[in-house]
Design a protein around this ligand. Structure first.
Ligand code: 0L1
Ligand code: MG
Length: 262
């Protein structure tokens, strides 16, 4: 690790305060250019520890930057992983206050709920499908704490991969009964389609993103517990939203899910 414990604590506090107070900051690699991957995930862990100490509960994990559209939009080549806690949950059809966020964007995602624990290394698509109970549609709201979404991958990891809010649909399907690669999706803003895609946009198969997450957790001595919700990553590029916008995601065979920005 390049950074000492007190610097990691201070950066976690800084980034979490930006999230809680909806204030942006410069990417942290500006002031800590020698920061490594271990440091970045250690800062993310410390943000989670701060939330857990205040009574938050982990509800799952997310994979980010898993589609070519997102990678191109962000000019990066590798996926990243973050945690989801109950304070990010928005009920289906619910409202999100834009003033609680900095510059929100929405992403259409296929979400998994696991039935049994998954362990890496060596996790693969088959293991993910065998361990998954259901899939459902989800809208992730990302909100980078970095000014103008200007960051590098390590800064993003430290910032819990821009996680801010998410909403999942109430209609579920068995992960094994559908070909998740060919599921078509339409993301609508105010009734107009703004992004179209199919599941294969996520690493060829959305379950591949979950397998990568499990292998990432395995490298860090962790497992994906049974009952975890996993957001497998945006199928299209992220779409900016503002107060007054209504967003609906429709996924073939999985129904729809909506959220309003006020
Ligand atoms: O979920 C995501 O794909 C977001 C990853 C972080 C990068 C961003 O803020 O767009
Ligand atoms: Mg996402």
């Amino acid at each position: 690790m390049a950074l000492n414990a007190s610097t990691l604590d201070q950066l976690a506090e800084q980034l979490e305060n930006c999230q809680l107070k909806a204030k942006d900051t410069l990417k942290i690699t500006e002031s800590h250019p020698d920061m490594g991957w271990d440091d970045a995930y250690a800062i993310q862990d410390r943000i989670l520890a701060r939330k857990l100490a205040r009574g938050a509960r982990v509800v799952g994990y997310k994979a980010g930057l898993t589609s070519h559209a997102k990678m191109k939009q962000m000019d990066v080549t590798d996926p990243v992983f973050g945690f989801l806690v109950d304070e990010f949950v928005v009920p289906e059809g619910g409202e999100i206050k834009v003033s609680d966020l900095i510059h929100p964007k929405v992403e259409p995602e296929i979400c998994f709920v696991t039935r049994t624990e998954l362990k890496g290394p060596g996790c693969h698509i088959g293991a993910v499908l065998a361990a998954s109970d259901v899939v459902l549609p989800g809208i992730e709201v990302i909100d980078s704490r970095y000014r103008d979404f200007k960051f590098d991958l390590k800064s993003v990891v430290a910032d819990n991969t821009s996680a801010a809010r998410f909403v999942v649909g109430g209609r579920v399907a068995s992960a094994r009964d559908l070909d998740l690669r060919t599921l078509g999706i339409v993301l609508e803003k105010n009734g107009q389609p703004v992004a179209l895609g199919a599941g294969a946009a996520v690493l060829g198969h959305p379950a591949a993103a979950v397998a990568m997450l499990v292998n990432h957790l395995g490298r860090r001595g962790k497992t994906l517990p049974a009952g975890s919700l996993v957001l497998s990553g945006g199928i299209t590029e992220a779409v900016a939203v503002q107060a007054g916008d209504n967003v609906t995601l429709r996924i073939q065979h999985l129904g729809s899910v909506s959220v309003r920005f006020v």
